[in-house]
Design a protein around this ligand. Structure first.
Ligand code: ZN
Length: 136
């Protein structure tokens, strides 16, 4: 896929593993060491129990929770139209990402569609995107 222009985040101690894990193909998220809950948005502390978190590798598999197609040229360099989706990871109910479903025409994206993570490299940052599982 051609890399589209993206705003990339400033890396810090909290988010570095999330944004660079894609280099080794891993979706790295914070997870509570006490109650095992995945914590996203990333945090040093668990919102459920207050325990501290550590990075673990999530499955990278999920389903489309909701989606839309953007046809407005917010950035003229980004080809239109494109998909914006909220993907819920299989790892935990309610563990959701705002992302793009790629390698698929926007009109073909469906709620409940099975997807898996792919990474788009931008220097040292690897942006997690999702692509449909192959239908058999
Ligand atoms: Zn916890």
């Amino acid at each position: 896929m051609d890399a589209v222009p993206r705003m990339t985040p400033a890396l810090d101690d909290l988010n570095r593993e999330f944004w660079t894990g894609g280099k080794s193909g891993e979706l790295r998220l914070t997870r509570c060491s006490a109650c095992n809950r995945w914590v996203f948005p990333l945090s040093d502390d668990c919102p459920e129990c207050g325990g501290s978190t550590e990075y673990q590798t999530a499955s990278g598999r999920g389903t489309v929770f909701t989606h839309t197609t953007n046809a407005y040229p917010y950035n003229p360099a980004v080809p239109l139209p494109y998909n914006i989706s909220v993907v819920e990871l299989d790892d935990q109910d309610g563990l959701r990402f705002v992302t793009n479903v790629v390698d698929c025409p926007p009109e073909d994206v469906r709620v409940g569609m099975a997807v898996h993570v792919v990474f788009e490299p931008h220097g040292e940052v690897f942006v997690p995107l999702f692509t449909p599982d192959k239908q058999t």
